[in-house]
Design a protein. Sequence first.
Length: 152
Amino acid sequence: MRCPFCNSEDTKVIDSRPADEQNAIRRRRECISCNKRFTTYERLEAFPMMVVKKDETREQYDRQKAEKGILLACHKRPVSAEQVQELLDELENQLFNTGRKEIPTTLIGEIIMQKLRELDEVAYVRFASVYREFKDVDTFAAEITKLLKKGS
């Protein structure tokens, strides 16, 4: 493991413990060269999941792509990095539990929207506006109206 501070390969593990409801291992490391500490996570990759896009092309599931979309939706919102990671972990657990090797982007988007709706309604509307490709203000307003009716 390379040190993210000095790029040295000389690091040691200080502490290891289960994380993510036993689905990962959290390792606290220390760099021998610069003495700085950092954390790494090991996760089991059960099987490579393929994502089926709207145009029927396929690509391997990429956690960073999902994270980027969620982070954009949560920009300047009271959502912590831990909450985003937890949302991603829940998403992946749900996807893996389907047992399918090919997952449509529609399912991924719907799960993310459901989780964002519970986490932060503004982030949800932001994500939905891009995911559902709102074409005009009326579509946007209709989605907000639906949200307001469910909240009543």
